[in-house]
Design a protein around this ligand. Structure first.
Ligand SMILES: Nc1nc2c(ncn2[C@@H]2O[C@H](COP(=O)(O)OP(=O)(O)OP(=O)(O)O)[C@@H](O)[C@H]2O)c(=O)[nH]1
Ligand SMILES: [Mg+2]
Length: 357
């Protein structure tokens, strides 16, 4: 999962390390030169070859970069400056964009890393790698955890039955995610019923019925062509009558531009007023998924995202960008085709994994 991105973030660490090593070598040389110069000063007052660095430092009392660096070295510290980061940051930006990280999100990460690293002085015991890792860690967590909330707690605290509606474009994994979610909830002690609001696609009832049987849950469905809001409403009535905690409402795949389908979604909101609407998309769709998340959120306000097929995604761009772009968190990752392959999304854990070697 997200291996390509992980590799690219590792390169940034190496790039900065290289720059800093070069700088340390320069600073050593400058310190040596200065030592040699002052030794020369004592012995032989004028040695033209050793003079240039010294001259400029005397002019305004401010030491130029290399000498300031040498002074920092003498106290066991290295200072990272804007120039040192220019190339590594450029490569990082390219790497993020290649990984399908949305432009504004990449910029935000870069600004934050730059701000955290520049002027950062480190004691010699710290490694540059640790410094870079901390800066990247904080920058990534900041953008990824926008709007994050505890899904289980929300379910626990909401009035029962809790209705959760799933929406998104065709074939991204809505129905599979619903079956996975009923398992996930079951493991945490919550009962659930499935309601098939996809009355649009032929074969949708049969498909979700199979999933319901596999996970041992009740399915509420109407005939194809029926009213999706009515199906989910029946799901809620069933849950009330049978003391079921959560109603998981499926919907037909749709584009935010397909008016009648968006109208259906609005009607579901009016009729059942779901506790949450989750936008489902596939991590492998990268920038497209980010764009769609934004469009769906604009058209029909979502509460969070389920990002499926993360097991097949090496770029990680959607996982990194969606929360920042929509202001709504990624709540779950689909990590395979099995019913157990649903992970609660944990920004901290994801970032640690991305930055681990
Ligand atoms: N590898 C992998 N495949 C997944 C994941 N989630 C769903 N799939 C697969 O994606 C395909 C489509 O899944 P569905 O659940 O039918 O998608 P949908 O959004 O309901 O599709 P429509 O109802 O046609 O709009 C199926 O083959 C699933 O097994 C996942 O996390 N990882
Ligand atoms: Mg479906």
């Amino acid at each position: 999962m997200f291996d390509g991105l992980k590799e690219k973030l590792g390169s940034f660490r190496e790039d900065v390390e290289e720059e800093v090593e070069e700088k340390e070598a320069d600073a050593d040389a400058a310190a040596d030169a200065e030592a040699a110069e002052s030794a020369d000063d004592e012995a032989e007052p004028s040695t033209p070859a050793a003079a240039p660095e010294r001259e400029s430092s005397d002019e305004d009392g401010e030491k130029p970069g290399r000498l300031r660096q040498a002074a920092a070295m003498a106290t066991g510290r290295v200072i990272i400056e804007e120039d040192d980061l220019e190339e590594p940051l450029w490569s990082l930006e390219m790497a993020l964009l290649e990984s399908d990280v949305e432009m504004s999100v990449a910029e935000e990460i870069l600004d934050s890393v730059r701000e955290k690293l520049i002027g950062e002085s480190r004691k010699q015991v710290d490694t540059t790698a640790e410094l870079v890792e901390d800066a990247l860690h904080d920058a990534l967590v900041e953008v990824i955890s926008v709007g994050q909330f505890d899904f289980e707690q929300r379910v626990a605290e909401a009035e029962k039955p809790v209705t959760v509606v799933f929406t998104g474009v065709n074939g991204v994994g809505k129905t599979t995610s619903i079956a996975k979610m009923s398992e996930w909830l079951g493991e945490r002690g919550y009962s659930s019923v499935l309601a098939n609001g996809d009355t649009y696609r032929a074969g949708a009832n049969e498909q979700i019925q199979k999933h319901a049987e596999n996970v041992g849950r009740k399915l509420i469905s109407h005939e194809q062509g029926g009213d999706p809001a009515a199906v989910i409403y029946d799901g809620v009535e069933y849950a009330e009558a049978n003391d079921v905690d959560v109603v998981l409402g499926d919907t037909a795949g749709r584009l935010h531009t397909s008016n009648d389908l968006m109208t259906q979604l609005e009607k579901i909101h009016r009729v059942v007023d779901p506790e949450m609407t989750l936008f489902v998309d596939e991590a492998v769709a990268g920038q497209d998924a980010v764009e769609r998340a934004k469009e769906f959120n604009d058209a029909a306000e979502i509460d969070g995202t389920v990002l499926t097929k993360a097991d097949a995604d090496s770029s990680g761009g959607a996982a990194i960008s969606i929360a920042h772009v929509t202001g709504k968190p990624v709540l779950f990752l689909g990590t395979g085709q099995g019913y157990e392959d649903l992970q609660e999304f944990d920004p901290e854990e994801l970032v640690e994994d991305l930055l681990s070697e």
